[in-house]
Structure formats: structure tokens, C-alpha cells
Write a protein that binds this ligand. Structure first.
Ligand code: NAD
Length: 485
């Protein structure tokens, strides 16, 4: 059985610990490889190496740094299908979903190619007679990028291209559940001509993460994962004096008004709730019907859920793959059990017809009582809860009372309802007749409340600001000091 290695100082290096975990194909249970659980010593070598490479890379002209990104974009296109297949193999999502996530990742490489403009500062002449003031952006230093299992390509690419074009060096720590995709992305980056030591990769879990958070040479930490861990990362990295952006979990409501186009809405809600087997931080997992649409929506969702084809994401026609592993599948099954104990009425039961092999669970739809704890629990599986309100004001109060703020979506044909929703809803990503309101690469991925800890988000201008520190220069050059020409 092969065991993955860490990429440090431009070569693959065995982790010093013998501890490792199997990496499974969640559709077949096949062991794909083993991932080492690196130690603080491994992390230290990677960080030292990134620090050594920093001077050369930050002194490389931004116009040269982006040439690496242009070549990287080309290599990602040429290897697009191979990377997408790798995502499906270890993450389980369908090949189309894998292609979609990779496309979103590549778009960030494209946006980062605009660094010569994005990184510009500003300048005032004569803030006082003969005195000028300017602001320039400089790299932060060594940056740590710690990512979750559900988007093994897209999420590292929310950060990596921006950190690099700004002149930083990085240490990546992929999810131990899906480590091979980032290995592949890193190989392509090296082929694109990134100089030695600028990007490093260390496998592992908590020990490796703690070592990054505590390391004095790490200046910035980008994290995506569950809220519990995001809060921990934010707190610990801040205590160690680093700038942090930490994106957490979610519980995303999707509101269906009586004037919504029911056919379109049902299809989009099903895609949002069950796409990627519900393992998206923008999965809409709680539908809220308003007014008389309640019964017709439940009936339409019954049909949309039952007809969904579940299977190996590599097979043609499959619309939903497995959960990431059996522990996750069993956790979600357990949450459905809790829902039923707390009075939920099952409309479609995904626990029926279990698949023997792999970590599959079919789509589930439940009509929920208002007191159920599942209304505020991130299930992270193919489960849609449905509740009902009589008017829009109560819906907005309910949505705003939630602890998460990653996304809320509204389906309506009323511009006034849409505007009210946009104006009053306390979430950072909003969809109007959209089921997954994922910001494009040139917009920030704007979670609020317990879905985000920090201030500058991933992607676009926020990425550039996060990975640079501003320097303000006030200068005077008296003309009597100059030689006469
Ligand atoms: P996770 O929090 O378990 O793991 C994320 C990363 O943190 C991994 O690299 C893991 O090795 C590391 N980690 C895990 N436990 C740790 C600990 N105790 N100490 C230090 N490091 C630790 O998340 P996951 O299960 O991989 O991903 C799913 C979660 O991520 C969901 O909650 C989902 O909503 C969230 N997510 C959020 C966004 C967003 O943009 N807000 C995007 C994708 C996923």
C-alpha cells in the first residue's frame, strides 16, 4: 500500500511519524492510499523552507509571479478531467459536480492573474507643501492554508493563487480524508514553474494544524471547516499573533413563497439540498414554505427526491454520490432518527433500501415540528427539513434568529418580497431564485455569524487584502538637496 509523502523543499519527503490513516473511495470502500499524520517537526521543516524561499519570491516582480499562474491555468485545463476524476474517487461526488468545483477553483487562478492591478496602492501628492503620502501593499510572509474534505480542489484554490501572486510563500494542509487532489494540484503548480520552497504541503490532522497555528514564522492562517474547529483556529491563531480567516459550518434556509414558480423551485431546491449528497456549506437544508404553497411543495419534493439516482459518481446518469465515510453516513442516519423521535413526519425516508457497499444514504425529506433541534443543526447530508410560516416577517425573524449566517435563498416572483429579503436578512451570501448562491471568484465568499471568524473573506479583492499588509510612506524631498541639472 502506497503512503503519501509531504512536499517540502521541492521534494517528496516521508513524514517522520509512522502513524497514518487509510484514504477510502466512499463509493466502493476501496483503500486508495494512506495519509501520514505529520508531526510538529515535519511542519517546522515545511515552514522553515517556506521562510527561506520568501525573500526570493517576494522580490520576484508581480508581472513574473502571474506568469506562473497563467501557465498553471493552462495546465489545469489540460489536466481537467484527470483532476475531476481524482476528486470523485476520494470525495464521492459525481463527476459533473467534481468538474463544477474544479471550474470554480480555476476561476480563482484567473482572477489572481489580475494581481498587477489588484495589488495597487494609492498615492497623494502634496498632503502638505512638498510632502507626499503613498500606500503600498507588501506580502505578509509564510501563510498556512488548512482545508476541509468537501471541496478538495476548489477550496485550496480560494486561497493559494492569491497568496502566491501577492508574494507570499505557503504551507498547505489538506483534509486527511481527501489528500490526493491537492497533491495533484501541487504537482501541476510545480510544472508551471513555481520556484523551490514557495509552496509546501504537509499531510496530517490536529497535531500538524496546531504546529502551524503556533509556529512563530507563520503570519497568516486561512481555514475552512466546521464551526467548532473554525472557532478554535481563529482563537488559537489570533493568540499567536496571526491574521486569520476561518470559515465555518452552516444551516441554510430556503424560502418558498406562494408566488414562486413551483416546477423551477422544486428542481433547484432538490439540487441544492441533495447535490454533493448535501455535503456543501451552501446546501439548503431547511425549506420554509409560506402561505398556501405548503402541500404542493411537499408533494413536488417527494417526487424530486424519490426520482434521484444514487450511485458511484463515476457512473453515467448518477445524480448523487455517497457521503464521505461510514461514520458520516451513520451520524446523518442518527440525526434522522432524532428528528423522528422529536415529532418529524417523514415524507421520503433515505434510510430505506440501504446500499451494501460504500457510504450511501438516499435523499430524505421531513416535515419538521418547530421545536426540533434539527432546525438549527448542520446535518451535512442529503436531508431536507421543511417547516411552514404564514407570513414573510416571521420568516425573516426566524432566519435572523439562527446562529449561522452562510446563506439564505428566496423563491418568489415578487420584486418587493425579494428586496425586503435582501435588505433585512442577516446572512452573508443571499440567493434570489437561486439555490446555491456561491460567489464567483471576483466576489468575497461572505459568511456571517458562526459561519465565519475574521473580517476579510476568501476570493477576489478580499484575498488580495488578506495576503498583503499595507505600508504607508510619508516623504519629503526638499529641492535644495537636488543637484542642479
Ligand atoms: P473539519 O472541521 O472536520 O476539518 C477541516 C480541517 O480541519 C481539516 O483539514 C482537518 O484536518 C482539520 N481539523 C479537524 N479537526 C481539527 C481539530 N480538532 N484541530 C485542528 N484541526 C482540525 O471539517 P470537514 O468535516 O472536513 O468539512 C465539513 C465542514 O466544513 C462543514 O461544517 C462545512 O459546512 C464546512 N465548510 C464550510 C465552508 C464555508 O465556506 N463556510 C466551505 C466548505 C465546508
Amino acid at each position: 500500500m502506497s503512503r503519501l509523502a509531504n512536499w517540502i523543499d521541492h521534494r517528496w519527503e516521508e513524514a517522520s511519524s509512522t502513524a497514518s490513516l487509510p484514504v477510502l473511495n466512499p463509493a466502493t470502500d476501496e483503500v486508495l492510499t494512506e495519509v501520514p499524520l505529520s508531526t510538529a517537526g515535519d511542519v517546522d521543516r515545511a515552514v522553515q523552507c517556506a521562510q527561506k524561499a520568501l525573500k526570493g519570491w517576494r522580490n520576484t516582480a508581480v508581472t513574473e509571479r502571474i506568469q506562473v499562474m497563467f501557465r498553471y491555468k493552462q495546465l489545469l485545463e489540460e489536466n481537467f478531467e484527470a483532476v475531476a476524476r481524482q476528486i470523485t474517487l476520494e470525495c464521492g461526488k459525481t463527476l459533473d459536480e467534481a468538474r463544477g468545483e474544479l471550474r470554480r477553483g480555476v476561476e480563482n487562478v484567473e482572477v489572481a492573474c489580475g494581481a498587477p492591478i489588484l495589488i495597487q496602492g494609492y498615492h497623494n501628492e502634496d498632503i502638505a507643501p512638498g510632502i507626499d503620502e503613498l500606500m503600498i501593499r507588501q506580502p505578509v510572509g509564510v501563510c498556512a492554508i488548512i482545508t476541509p474534505f468537501n471541496f478538495p480542489a476548489m477550496i485550496p484554490l480560494w486561497f493559494l493563487p492569491y497568496a502566491l501572486v501577492c508574494g507570499n510563500t505557503v504551507v498547505l494542509k489538506p483534509s486527511e480524508k481527501v489528500p490526493q487532489t491537492l497533491v495533484k494540484l501541487l504537482e501541476l503548480l510545480n510544472q508551471a514553474g513555481l520556484p523551490a520552497g514557495v509552496a509546501n504541503l504537509v499531510h496530517g490532522s490536529r497535531e500538524a494544524v496546531d504546529a502551524l497555528l503556533e509556529h512563530p514564522l507563520v503570519k497568516a492562517v486561512s481555514f475552512v471547516g466546521s464551526t467548532q474547529v473554525a472557532r478554535y483556529i481563529y482563537s488559537k491563531a489570533s493568540q499567536h499573533g496571526k491574521r486569520v480567516q476561518a470559515q465555518g459550518g452552516a444551516k441554510n434556509p430556503i424560502i418558498v413563497m406562494p408566488d414562486a414558480d413551483l416546477d423551477m423551485t422544486t428542481k433547484i431546491v432538490a439540487d441544492s439540498a441533495f447535490g454533493c449528497a448535501g455535503q456543501r456549506c451552501l446546501a439548503s437544508s431547511l425549506a420554509i414554505t409560506v402561505g398556501e404553497v405548503k402541500d404542493s411543495f411537499l408533494e413536488a419534493m417527494r417526487e424530486a427526491s424519490q426520482s434521484r439516482t444514487v450511485g458511484n459518481g463515476l457512473d453515467d446518469g448518477v445524480q448523487m454520490g455517497p457521503l464521505i465515510n461510514k461514520a458520516s453516513r451513520d451520524r446523518v442516519r442518527g440525526l434522522i432518527d432524532i428528528g423522528v423521535q422529536q415529532g418529524a413526519q417523514i415524507i421520503v425516508d433515505g434510510r430505506d433500501n440501504p446500499v451494501a457497499q460504500g457510504s450511501f444514504l438516499r435523499p430524505t425529506v421531513m416535515s419538521m415540528p418547530m421545536q426540533s433541534e434539527l432546525l438549527t443543526t448542520e446535518i451535512f447530508g442529503p436531508v431536507l427539513g421543511v417547516i411552514h410560516f404564514d407570513d414573510m416577517d416571521k420568516v425573516i425573524d426566524f432566519v435572523n434568529s439562527g446562529k449561522y449566517g452562510n446563506q439564505a435563498c428566496l423563491f418568489t416572483s415578487s420584486g418587493a418580497a425579494a428586496r425586503k429579503f435582501r435588505h433585512e436578512t442577516e446572512v452573508g451570501n443571499l440567493g434570489i431564485n437561486i439555490g446555491v448562491a456561491a460567489p464567483m471568484a471576483f466576489f468575497p465568499f461572505s459568511g456571517w455569524k458562526d459561519s465565519f471568524f475574521g473580517d476579510l473573506h476568501a476570493q477576489g479583492r478580499h484575498g488580495i487584502e488578506f495576503y498583503t499588509q499595507t505600508k504607508v510612506v510619508v516623504e519629503r524631498w526638499p529641492k535644495e538637496w537636488s543637484r542642479k541639472f
